[in-house]
Ligand binder design. Sequence first.
Ligand code: NIG
Length: 392
Amino acid sequence: MTTLAIDRIGLLVTNDPGLGEGPLGVVRDAALVLEGDRVLAVERAGAQADERIDAGGRCVIPGFVDSHTHLVFAGERGDEFAARMAGAPYRAGGIRTTTDATRAASDDALTGLARRRRDEALRGGITHLEIKSGYGLDVATEERLCAVAAQLTDDVTFLGAHVVPAEYAGRADDYVGLVCGPMLAACAPHARWIDVFCEDGAFDEEQSRAVLEAGRAAGLGLRVHGNQLGPGAGVRLAVELGAASVDHCTHLTDDDVAALAGGETVATFLPATDFSTREPYPDARRVLDAGGRVAVATNCNPGSSYTTSMAFCIALAVRDLHMTIDEALQAATLGGARALRRTDVGHLAPGARADAVVLDAPSHAHLVYRPGVPLAATTISAGRVAWSAPWS
Ligand code: NIG
């Protein structure tokens, strides 16, 4: 098999403390040697290999792992966003607007749109992502969305329990029955995960529990949207049921923090959502200081967070969630991998998937120091150059 060395790396973040300094496992003047789709070795600069990329002293990090996206949808909601910036509140009602547009779109159209968003993410350094359904809300469309998502990732999440669709208004329990029955049966073959929006205005604790238990019985892992718009049962329920991740966590009580600290569930923060909805930022510091596991993800969707920029999320996580730069980078790489219960991505130890990003910067601090600047010069996905900036 051919080997490829990314050579003359000024600062390499491996996320493996056994390979270098500190929790990020930083190695200076390094070479990262890849073989096929895997990392073969971390060596000193000047490594021998069949092919070579000269990093020219720049920083190389593991590819970002985006553990929360809603990439498959049609339409956009720029007017809703503009109204919010003028003072209107976010209440998730726009999900039904996107559902109408998505139901009307063909499979080919949805696939094309999702691919473009995935490619945009790749250009920003995201090398692995999770994709949820949730803008179909009927059996046929939810299945279509899961099938489209499965073309782009093996981390597909069935989110039929996103909100109650208009045709089930006032009959939420009937809709939960549909989600747990025929919809789950149609979607489970395409999915690895099930998710539920446990929130006032979406699904209550009992309904959320029913959805998650049905998903588990169908062989799916559990994820929860919780505590986004106010305090609620989401975090507690996720920890109690052993969900891999509870996402948003914007409104946390002391009990929620204690539950996260004592459980296996990752708290996934979505700071671009709080930015785009003008919600307060979550207190990630409190979760970290209590010993909880954390991730940072984009939540790319047309309503509450229309961005694929993990660098932007990292900058917010540092500036407004009070993570250190190292914590935020790790949350967006290894943290995302943990939220997806994966050991093959999010780090650059030998044997890991060869997903790496050459930053046009001497250190990962520039992701925060230079907000809004596209710093991913080359993105390597499974050992192949997936994107290289014209200027790199
Ligand atoms: O994660 N909170 C629920 N779902 C999405 C929002 C989707 C939308 O507004 O279209 C989220 O923020």
